[in-house]
Design a protein around this ligand. Sequence first.
Ligand code: DQA
Length: 144
Amino acid sequence: MKVLVLHGPNLNMLGTREPDVYGAATLENINAMLETEAERLGLELRTVQSNSEGALVDAIQGAQDWADVIVINPAAYTHTSVALRDAVSAVGIPTIEVHLSNIHAREEFRHRSHIAPVAVGQISGFGPESYRLALRAASTLAKS
Ligand code: DQA
């Protein structure tokens, strides 16, 4: 089973970016942890980070040739991007939305997700563990 993990804008700055909100782990740390977890679960993994909305749309469309499940942290585009939502909807690949922070406990503008209505589910608030939980959910989806 193949899982594409997409990281949205500013997540390349993890480690130094607002560590009180997002923690000390870098994106490299998170991707390494995901590689370990994917191996344990017997999943094939690809990870992509982009700050660009269009590049993320391209990655979602490109996943049609490869991925069984998409795990995405759309970051700020969660709250703004109809384009990402439409891309998820268009490809029809089961998609799991992930956030490091609990977006529902933060500013009101973060409470709304354009992705959630077209996602299988959302995991929010567990730091890097949110991604690991998403991989576990992905492997469950494969079995169901
Ligand atoms: C985030 C939450 C978003 O509101 C924010 O814009 C991010 C990161 C998270 O992982 O907690 O960039 O997606």
